[in-house]
Write a protein that binds this ligand. Structure first.
Ligand SMILES: Nc1ncnc2c1ncn2[C@@H]1O[C@H](COP(=O)(O)OP(=O)(O)OP(=O)(O)O)[C@@H](O)[C@H]1O
Ligand SMILES: [Mg+2]
Length: 255
């Protein structure tokens, strides 16, 4: 079932076109990635999908209902996790439930049920600066998930982590997404991450940014670490590298 649909989105800043005619869709239970170079317009597109940015042209639909320019319909984890430093992890993650009207007691109980799955047991009363980077990102992911919208948008959730933590987080994310039946659209400029996590990848290229290709990753889930070193994985990587190699966005480096 199609949950999210964006039609012909164009956005400009200061009369310079950043993204042009971008259309995409997301089906229930899919993990889909938006892959593209830094500055191509990925976060801008997420701003439009989440309703915080009104596009010059184009429309966004959530389960058939138009939500263009309407914030609060879709959970959105921004590029920098924004845990409140003066609130405990429990206070931070239960915030969406309290905003939605739950009592503190009910919110803590509901949020507490996920602490083990999100690897946060024992962190309830800690403050964000007492957690590792990976734990902070898992707390931010839990908070995003608890908004309980039908879909979550994740803007480079793992990009600031070291390679070892990043890989552990990716494997964990696949298992939790499967377990909770999450539908997610996430941004990355890491090709390996896109292939490892996605059911489908939209590759953005050009200036203004457009969707150049859509690639289905057919490898079955759950995926094991071996997938990341398989011939199948490398074939996908080659295909994506070839698309990016011809990206006019990089014309300045003469590739
Ligand atoms: N508020 C703004 N005002 C003016 N220009 C902006 C604004 N936000 C973004 N831009 C410009 O729009 C372009 C796309 O930015 P955006 O943040 O969407 O890229 P991105 O693909 O998310 O990059 P990254 O991977 O580095 O996060 C960039 O050239 C950026 O400078
Ligand atoms: Mg960005």
């Amino acid at each position: 079932m199609n949950i999210l649909k964006a039609e012909d989105i164009s956005v400009s800043y200061d009369s310079s076109l950043v993204i042009k005619d971008v259309s995409l869709n997301l089906n229930k239970g899919e993990v889909v990635c938006l892959l593209g170079a830094s500055g191509i317009g990925k976060s801008t597109l997420f701003g439009v999908l989440s309703g915080v940015h009104l596009p010059d042209l184009g429309r966004v639909f959530l389960k058939g209902k138009e939500i263009t320019g309407k914030a609060g319909e879709i959970s959105y984890m921004q590029q920098r996790d924004l845990l409140l430093p003066y609130k405990t992890i429990m206070e931070n993650v239960s915030l969406p439930l309290i905003i939605n009207g739950a009592s503190k007691k009910d919110a803590y109980m509901a949020a507490g049920a996920y602490f083990e799955s999100f690897g946060l047991t024992g962190c309830e009363k800690k403050y964000p600066n007492q957690l590792s980077g990976g734990m902070r990102q898992r707390a931010a992911l839990l908070r995003t998930y608890l908004f309980k919208s039908d879909i979550i948008l994740l803007d480079e959730p793992f990009s600031d982590l070291d390679v070892i933590t990043k890989h552990a987080m990716q494997t964990w994310f696949l298992s939790i997404a499967e377990k909770l039946g999450v539908t997610a659209l996430f941004i990355t400029h890491d090709i390996d991450e896109a292939i490892f996590l996605s059911d489908r990848i939209y590759v953005m290229t050009g200036k203004p940014g457009k969707i150049a290709n859509e690639i289905n990753i057919l490898s079955q889930k759950p995926r094991q670490a071996e997938f990341a070193v398989s011939a199948e994985f490398n074939a996908y990587k080659r295909k994506i590298m070839d698309i990016l190699k011809n990206d006019s966005f990089f014309s300045f480096v003469g590739l």
